[in-house]
Ligand binder design. Structure first.
Ligand SMILES: C[C@@]1(CC(=O)O)C2=NC(=C\c3[nH]c(c(CCC(=O)O)c3CC(=O)O)Cc3[nH]c(c(CC(=O)O)c3CCC(=O)O)/C=C3\N/C(=C\2)[C@@H](CCC(=O)O)[C@]3(C)CC(=O)O)/[C@H]1CCC(=O)O
Ligand SMILES: NC(=O)c1ccc[n+]([C@@H]2O[C@H](COP(=O)([O-])OP(=O)(O)OC[C@H]3O[C@@H](n4cnc5c(N)ncnc54)[C@H](O)[C@@H]3O)[C@@H](O)[C@H]2O)c1
Length: 190
């Protein structure tokens, strides 16, 4: 149970940085898709690779993990079905200073993967503070229905720029109108 652990809710820009995924099953595949969407350079190391991994732009190493594989990694996902291998990879990841996600026990790493919703560049990430991914998914799906589209966001960006070009009370009232518009569009009670 993760509950009670305080986590730092941040969005990490790791574009072009190296991630190594140790393990090549269903969980590894899910994490690889998430890492690719954030434009990391991904290497997957496992003797058995999920067939869908072959269709993705990743470096595949079809063999067991060995010490030294994690050199230069910024983020390591440990996702094998072998506790001893997971422990060895997590220990090396820590030695090389990489962030670790441990698939078998999230409390053994510092990175947890949230459920996400995204539209027009707005991204929402949901963690439950425990292992209840179906709740995280359901919350993300509900929030996705609220997310505004490109046209609406462009209008708000323009309105904000116009407000910021004003001075004094005019500026403050234009910003307040924009705040009110956005809250109303998202159904936030006044
Ligand atoms: C949000 C999402 C992101 C992602 O994984 O990409 C996510 N799990 C997803 C899907 C999913 N998870 C599981 C299945 C069943 C099929 C399968 O086995 O694969 C499916 C598939 C499905 O539901 O479709 C089973 C499962 N998950 C965990 C355990 C371990 C345990 O409970 O001990 C077990 C049981 C293991 C077992 O019994 O063997 C643990 C975690 N799962 C988390 C996140 C983190 C907590 C999130 C939170 O609650 O805040 C944490 C702690 C991982 C971490 O952060 O390291 C993604 C949502 C879907 C989406 O967004 O599309
Ligand atoms: N966090 C989650 O969402 C979640 C969900 C389900 C399972 N799990 C945990 O994650 C683990 C992996 O789950 P899965 O469904 O992907 O398992 P899986 O059985 O589909 O895949 C296991 C992978 O580990 C690889 N492997 C085995 N020995 C290895 C080695 N020495 N070096 C590198 N890779 C090695 C295998 O080749 C295979 O690709 C499970 O054992 C479970 O503990 C986590």
């Amino acid at each position: 149970m993760l509950r009670g652990v305080s986590v730092l809710p941040v969005f990490l820009n790791l574009c072009a940085q190296r991630a190594v995924v140790v393990g090549g099953g269903a969980v590894a595949l899910r994490r690889v898709r998430t890492l690719l969407a954030a434009e990391l350079q991904v290497t997957v190391i496992a003797p058995e690779l999920h067939p869908d991994l072959r269709t993705l732009p990743v470096q595949l190493e079809r063999r067991p993990y060995r010490e030294g594989d994690l050199m230069g990694a910024r983020l390591v996902v440990v996702a094998t079905d072998r506790p001893d291998v997971n422990a060895a990879a997590a220990a090396e990841a820590r030695r090389v200073g990489a962030l670790v996600n441990h698939a078998a026990d999230a409390t053994l790493g510092e990175v947890r993967f949230p459920a996400t919703a995204q539209r027009a560049g707005v991204q929402v990430a949901v963690g439950t503070g425990r292992e209840l991914p179906m709740l995280a998914r359901a919350v993300a799906e509900r929030v996705a229905q609220l997310l505004p589209g490109d046209a609406q966001i462009s209008g708000w960006v323009t309105a904000r720029e116009q407000a910021l070009s004003l001075e004094g009370a005019g500026r403050e009232s234009a910003l307040q109108r924009l705040r009110d518009d956005i809250q109303a569009a998202l159904g936030v009670p006044a």
